[in-house]
Design a protein around this ligand. Structure first.
Ligand SMILES: C[S@@+](CC[C@H](N)C(=O)[O-])C[C@H]1O[C@@H](n2cnc3c(N)ncnc32)[C@H](O)[C@@H]1O
Length: 312
């Protein structure tokens, strides 16, 4: 079972304050966070979303004891919020716990992890047209290098891309094991025994591109904020600096009273402060949680409260 990160902190910030609250868990995963809310509050209702049909089945099974208060949607979160299907029923709380789950690393057999030898797929939704294998075998060398640099923040991206292109001339690269070995051979010996495995950043970059993770995040925050009730709260857990930057900047922008350029003498935008930032610094895991669950080390949780409706 996935061990949900920052469970107590998430509950503390998003705890229901009135009866029959609606929580949208936009990244239901294995349902760990939702389960906490459903156990602790007897009348909260949860709408859970996940792009991955397989993990959604796991969550549904887990949440059977609460099935009269849970509805699930197999959908990308940005599609859900842009075609909001619940009409006037608006959420009191929205949670995003970004990225993928332990289920994906350990059980999905879709090549999310280089710890096991699996087909290079990495699609959360099998209906996506482009898989990791397509990217690795078909992207031109410079595009491959750019995406490994941009989405993996991998400084050896050019070397790695060169090695991939050289290797695929002999035969297509089809498994995580093959890609891991190519990366291992491409980097200097001194780089092989660092804090993280040299394939970590490249795998992250490819997964982000396959699933359009940053593009979806960049649009969904505004969409979700529009749907959220006035007085409601929205929390986001991110796991790497690229995600966190998007969240932080969006919240900051919505927290500004006026968005006119600073050199204008008076406000012409009539801007309103749409949210209050409840976490001046991101909430992170304590030592005990980090020891117990190493993936919590990079988790950053930011929360806002909606102050005003916005007309965009
Ligand atoms: C970190 S896990 C969530 C774990 C969950 N909070 C728990 O406690 O079990 C993230 C989940 O979000 C899903 N996901 C990631 N990006 C998504 C997106 N853009 N739309 C919908 N689901 C997404 C993944 O399939 C994964 O199951």
């Amino acid at each position: 079972m996935h061990s949900s990160v920052l469970k107590e902190e998430v509950y503390r910030y998003l705890e229901p304050k009135v009866q029959n609250e609606l929580l949208i868990d936009a990244t239901l995963g294995e349902g760990g966070h939702s389960e906490v809310f459903l156990e602790r509050s007897e009348d909260i209702r949860v709408v859970g979303l996940d792009a991955d049909q397989e993990i959604l089945s796991v969550a549904k099974e887990r949440l059977i004891p609460f099935s009269d208060r849970v509805r699930t949607f197999n959908i990308w979160f940005n599609t859900f919020f842009s075609h909001y299907p619940l009409g006037n029923e608006r959420p009191d709380k929205i949670l995003f716990d970004l990225g993928i789950s332990n289920f994906h690393y350990k059980k999905a057999r879709r090549g999310f992890s280089f710890e096991r030898d699996e087909p290079l797929d990495m699609r959360l939704d099998h209906r996506l047209e482009i898989s990791a294998m397509d990217i690795i075998n078909e992207y031109p060398e410079n595009e491959l290098a750019d995406l490994i640099f941009d989405f993996g923040e991998e400084r050896l991206s050019r070397r790695i891309a060169r090695a991939v292109v050289l290797a695929r001339k002999t035969s297509p690269i089809e498994t995580t094991g093959e890609l891991k070995e190519i990366i291992w051979q491409a980097v200097p010996v001194s780089y092989r025994y660092g804090r993280i495995h040299p394939a970590t950043r490249t795998f992250q970059a490819i997964r982000i591109v396959v699933n359009g993770e940053l593009a979806r995040l960049s649009v969904v925050l505004q969409q979700a904020l529009m749907v959220l009730k006035k007085g409601g709260r929205m929390g986001v857990i991110s796991f790497h600096s690229l995600e966190d930057r998007i969240v932080k900047e969006f919240f900051r922008e919505k927290n500004k009273q006026c968005t006119c350029p600073p050199e204008w003498p008076i406000c012409k935008c009539g801007g309103i402060r749409v949210v209050d930032i409840l976490t001046k610094k991101p909430v992170t895991a304590g030592d005990d949680e980090m020891k117990e669950n190493p993936s919590s080390r990079s988790a950053k949780f930011r929360v806002v409260e909606k102050l005003e409706e916005e007309t965009v």
